[in-house]
Design a protein around this ligand. Structure first.
Ligand code: PEP
Ligand code: MN
Length: 363
């Protein structure tokens, strides 16, 4: 049975008193060896709680010693590294926003390798949808002689399935390129909601991709200063850990997850069709104004040949692509005709009404 390492703790370090109580409860749970706490919180929008900063470090050091937990902190500036070293913080991580900035990473890695060259650094996947940033950050850290572990927290896509998108292929690629890595899952930022985290355990466990987990935990999640919807209570975390240990059939096809992905993709396809149809209505009016015919053979031929080229590039069947775009185009033409007929009818009734009005006025 795998016994995954668990990093648990609040999204943001709050009052000393609550943090000590939380750490005490977490230290009693199996596999919890590290206490995470955000103390400098890089926020997307200004004005939100940005963490207690260095004032939290003495308490964090005391927690580390009192409960035999190593403390883990996100660093996003070289001076954060300096401050953490002063308080003997054992583990540092690079967050999803910092990992998008190669210059910043260069400065951070330089500082870490000067101050604590033997440390193992945890690098989260980038917020932006570019796997190369994650790979580049790893190579850059290795260039500075640092040992790297990875943490997948989901990717910000336009319409993610959860709070973020579960692009498991990224995890597979990182494991392929860096086979020695210890791969963490951060279900908190990936799923964004307590209930979803709990209901997805079986699904991500079946993928068998992760060696460890980083889970946001709070004594009273609803009143947490940041990420209130996604933090688990220590009791929920205990259930989470127990569920990780339940046996499962690794080879079973995860039909439920796969179908959920397909449902989501189909929804996106339909939404895009609707968008296409709305634009097509505008096209109808533009054609009417310029006297362009609704059906334009040249445009249709060009559409089919560019779409089949695109299909070839991504490895889709050409006959399927031709068939589907002929249908889409037919639908678009018939919608445009309906739209123009409707406009003409409206104009006629408007004209008749106007004529009636002016007759009445004359009488
Ligand atoms: C965090 O773990 O506190 C955090 C901000 O995560 P991320 O960098 O993944 O958004
Ligand atoms: Mn958080």
């Amino acid at each position: 049975m795998k016994t995954p390492h668990i990093i648990a703790g609040p999204c943001s370090f709050e009052s000393d008193n609550e943090m000590f109580k939380l750490a005490e409860q977490l230290s009693l749970l199996p596999n919890v060896k590290t206490f995470r706490a955000g103390i400098w919180k890089p926020r997307t929008l200004p004005g939100a709680f940005e963490g207690r900063g260095a004032s939290a470090l003495p308490a964090l050091e005391a927690i580390q010693n009192k409960y035999n937990l190593e403390a883990a902190v996100e660093v996003s500036l070289p001076e954060h590294v300096e401050a953490c070293m002063k308080y003997n913080i054992k583990k540092l991580w690079i967050g999803a926003r910092s990992v998008c900035s190669p210059d910043l990473l260069e400065a951070l890695f330089k500082k870490i390798s000067e101050r604590n060259p033997a440390s193992t650094l945890l690098i989260k996947n980038p917020y932006a949808c570019d796997l190369q940033l994650w790979i580049g950050a790893t190579l850059r850290a290795q260039k500075h002689g640092l040992q790297v572990e990875h943490c997948f927290r989901g990717v910000k896509t336009e319409k993610p399935l959860f709070r973020n998108a579960p692009l498991w292929s990224w995890v597979r690629e990182i494991k392929k390129q860096f086979p020695q890595t210890k791969m963490y899952l951060d279900p908190s930022h990936l799923y964004g909601k307590r209930e979803v985290i709990m209901s997805e355990i079986k699904n991500f466990k079946r993928l068998d991709l992760f060696d460890a987990y980083m889970v946001e935990t709070h004594l009273f999640p609803e009143r947490a200063l940041t990420d209130a919807t996604q933090q688990l209570t220590p009791q929920e975390l205990a259930r989470f850990i127990a569920a990780l240990h339940e046996s499962y059939d690794k080879d079973a096809v995860d039909l439920l997850t796969l179908r959920k992905h397909i449902d989501h993709i189909d929804q996106c396809i339909l939404e895009q069709f609707k968008l296409r149809q709305d634009i097509s209505k505008q096209v109808a009016h533009s054609k009417r104004r310029s006297g362009h015919p609704v059906y334009d053979k040249k445009r249709f031929d060009e559409l089919l040949s560019t779409r089949t080229l695109m299909a070839k590039k991504v490895g889709l069947s050409l006959s399927f692509t031709k068939e589907i775009f002929t249908k889409i185009h037919d639908e678009s033409v018939s919608r445009q005709i309906t739209e123009l007929l409707q406009t003409r009818n409206n104009q006629r009734t408007g004209k008749i009404e106007n004529e009636k009005d002016s007759k009445i006025q004359r009488i």
